[in-house]
Design a protein around this ligand. Structure first.
Ligand code: BJ2
Ligand code: ZN
Length: 633
């Protein structure tokens, strides 16, 4: 019976003028129907992502096409309402979202099929990629290659893994990516966007968005430049300055991370004060026999301590928390909402490391957002903007990583209170939070340029490295050509996840941290504030989360910080003591780097850096002995 009623309201829409009451009935029935479709589609996608097979790909693509058909039909009916003159703002906003259907507006279903298939194909290539090393056999990105990039300090081994991964992933995607961009751009024109980048940026509902993020980036750049100069100096000491180009860039494979996006894995090479306190969380976790379930319980405990709900039974039953060994899966960690108010899942090939413990908190942060807006119409079950969802996913990391908190959960023996330990801690945080800024900024600079057609298959890699050299001050450790496709070696390019959200997140999470610490009555410096167990801070955060995307992000920002803008100031304030210290360290050095990539790339010697040093000492020793012998005779 209800089905007939539903069809009645959804597909009527022939009268030019409908009342707001009819409009309300229309969106209510839309919501029920879409709940079924999104749930089905989520489950089909889950099957593919946790078991990459042709069959699962086909089921997922069919389900996406069904959804697009539905979107198109409903949008056509919704646009028959005079919704722009509705007095109820919420209803008006829902209608605006219903008619704005993105790619589904195309009249060519082949385009949609191509988009869906290509995205899945590209993600499949990335997820199945394998590098075969003479010494260690064939390894996938997680855990094998990640483990080497994180822990190896051998220049040549790192280089083999860095290059091997790019050969095994991005390089195989070039032509497919070109087709992918073409299909998306062709489809999005039907929604009156000039290109896909413009469509993605529209989610921020801010006409000046591009300029705004540029301004934020420029405000933060001086801090990054100081960090870069310090890290470069220390890495030169480790690997030998002959391995560094004259241009001031740092070879991209030396940062303990496959994409040089966050650098805290090489903290051990950079410790400012070796005699003061430092944290080594991975070792502590192993020492304490951490297992995967415990990692998720630790994260859940944090969220519950500030008054958030526990994870649902469905979460524990349906999530994929360990890498299966009987099939190919997409290991890159992610959080999933199945839009039924209880089925929320994480998919992660969890390893027992500090990095992964932070990722567990990140993914669970997304779930907590889902749980807090589950009462809203499904169209509002989003972040206030995509950067807000990421900000929520990361905000806990600022409390969680404080020495105070590490001590509380038993991963640090004593809480240090001296200035040297404080600098050690701030440097470690900067290696994640500051090092990331140019990376977070540039990925979509590249993609927006591709979508605009300014960058195409004749200069994909060239432009990628132009941006990497210019903004991050890093350089390719081996020659790159247009045979390579290095953007494809980063998950979000094949996975087609917009990236500027992470840049936004890394700015706003500091604004929120400051606001919540004030609510919590914190009297310490921002970087030592831990909101654990503070339900006042939790309530404040929840106020924002519960709004989902029912209001523009400025309203959500106001709910938590009392003002409506993105600001770089709290991040700068957080790192202020470190900035002073870094300036002092760098005062004798030239900071910065050339805007363009180095023209000459230093080539490694066949010996590793460690053995080069040994070679030099042995040679000196032999020569001295010869001289001594000649002198005495
Ligand atoms: C590890 C993390 C993403 C994330 C995954 C994959 C793409 C989207 C989701 C969404 C969540 C949502 C990730 C963490 C910080 C920097 C970045 C990186 N995985 N996604 N479904 N990160 O954001 O959690 O889970 O509801 O929007 O990619 O480069 O590692
Ligand atoms: Zn995230």
């Amino acid at each position: 019976m209800w089905k007939f009623l539903l069809l009645g309201v959804l597909f009527r829409g022939t009268l030019a003028q409908e009342t707001e009451t009819d409009g309300q009935a229309f969106v209510d029935e839309y919501d029920a129907k879409v709940g079924v479709l999104w749930n089905e589609n989520g489950k089909a996608a889950w099957e593919y992502y946790t078991n990459i097979t042709d069959h699962n790909l086909e089921v997922m693509t069919n389900s996406s096409l069904k959804m697009a058909e539905f979107d198109k039909e409903i949008a056509a009916n919704a646009s028959k309402f005079d919704y722009k003159s509705f007095s109820n703002e919420t209803l008006k906003r829902l209608f605006t979202k219903i008619v704005n259907i993105g790619f589904a507006a195309t009249n060519d279903s082949d385009q949609l099929k191509a988009i869906s298939n290509l995205e899945a194909d590209l993600t499949g290539i990335y997820s199945k990629g394998e590098v075969c090393l003479e010494s260690k056999g064939c390894l996938q990105l997680e855990p094998g290659l990640t483990d080497i990039i994180t822990n190896s300090r051998d220049y040549n081994e790192l280089l083999a893994v860095w290059k091997g991964w790019r050969d095994a992933s991005g390089k195989l995607m070039r032509n497919k990516y070109t087709d992918f961009v073409k299909a998306m751009n062709a489809a999005i024109k039907f929604s009156d966007f000039n290109d896909t980048g413009e469509y993605w940026r529209s989610w921020y509902e801010t006409p000046t968005f591009e300029q705004d993020v540029k301004t934020l980036f420029e405000e933060l750049e001086p801090l990054y430049v100081e960090l870069h100069a310090y890290v470069r100096k220390r890495l030169k000491q480790k690997y030998g300055k002959e391995m560094f180009p004259e241009s001031g860039h740092i070879p991209a494979h030396l940062f303990g991370n496959m994409w040089a996006q966050q650098w805290s894995n090489i903290y051990d090479l950079l410790v400012p004060f070796p005699d003061a306190s430092s944290m080594d969380i991975t070792s502590k976790m192993i020492e304490q026999n951490y297992n995967v379930t415990h990692m998720y319980r630790v994260a859940e405990d944090f969220f519950m301590s500030i008054g958030m709900e526990k994870m649902t039974d469905e979460f524990w039953q349906n999530s994929m928390l360990v890498k299966p060994d009987d099939r190919d899966v997409v290991c890159h960690a992610s959080a999933w909402d199945f839009y039924d108010g209880k089925d929320f899942r994480i998919k992660q090939c969890t390893a027992i490391t500090e990095d992964q413990l932070l990722t567990v908190h990140h993914e669970m942060g997304h779930i907590v957002y889902y749980q807090n807006y589950k009462h809203l119409p499904r169209l509002f079950r989003r972040g206030a903007n995509p950067g807000f969802h990421e900000g929520m996913a990361d905000i806990v990391s600022l409390s969680f990583q404080t020495p105070e908190h590490m001590h509380v959960i038993g991963l640090l023996d004593n809480v240090p209170n001296d200035a040297d330990s404080d600098i050690n801690f701030l440097l470690k945080m900067a290696l994640d939070k500051v090092a990331f800024l140019p990376f977070g900024y540039l990925i979509d600079q590249w993609r927006w340029s591709v979508f605009r057609g300014e960058t195409n298959s004749s200069n994909y890699n060239q432009h990628w490295w132009d941006l990497r050299c210019r903004y991050q001050g890093i350089s390719p450790p081996v020659q790159r050509t247009e045979q390579d496709f290095d953007p494809g070696a980063k998950y979000h390019i094949p996975g087609n996840t917009p990236y500027i959200r992470y840049f936004v997140s890394f700015v706003v999470q500091f604004q929120w941290h400051k606001a919540l610490c004030e609510v919590a009555g914190n009297t310490k410096p921002l970087h030592r504030c831990d909101i654990y167990k503070n339900t006042d801070a939790g309530d404040k955060l929840r106020e924002m989360l519960m709004m989902g995307s029912s209001k523009q992000w400025q309203d959500a920002m106001e709910a938590i910080t009392g003002q409506r803008l993105m600001s770089a100031k709290p991040l700068v304030e957080y790192f202020d003591p470190l900035l002073k210290w870094l300036k002092e360290q760098n005062k004798e050095d030239n900071t910065g780097w050339s805007a363009s990539c180095p023209s000459v790339i230093p080539t490694p010697q066949p010996l590793s850096a460690g053995s080069t040093l040994e070679f030099v000492s042995i040679t000196c020793f032999v020569l001295c002995a010869v001289f001594a012998f000649l002198n005495t005779n």
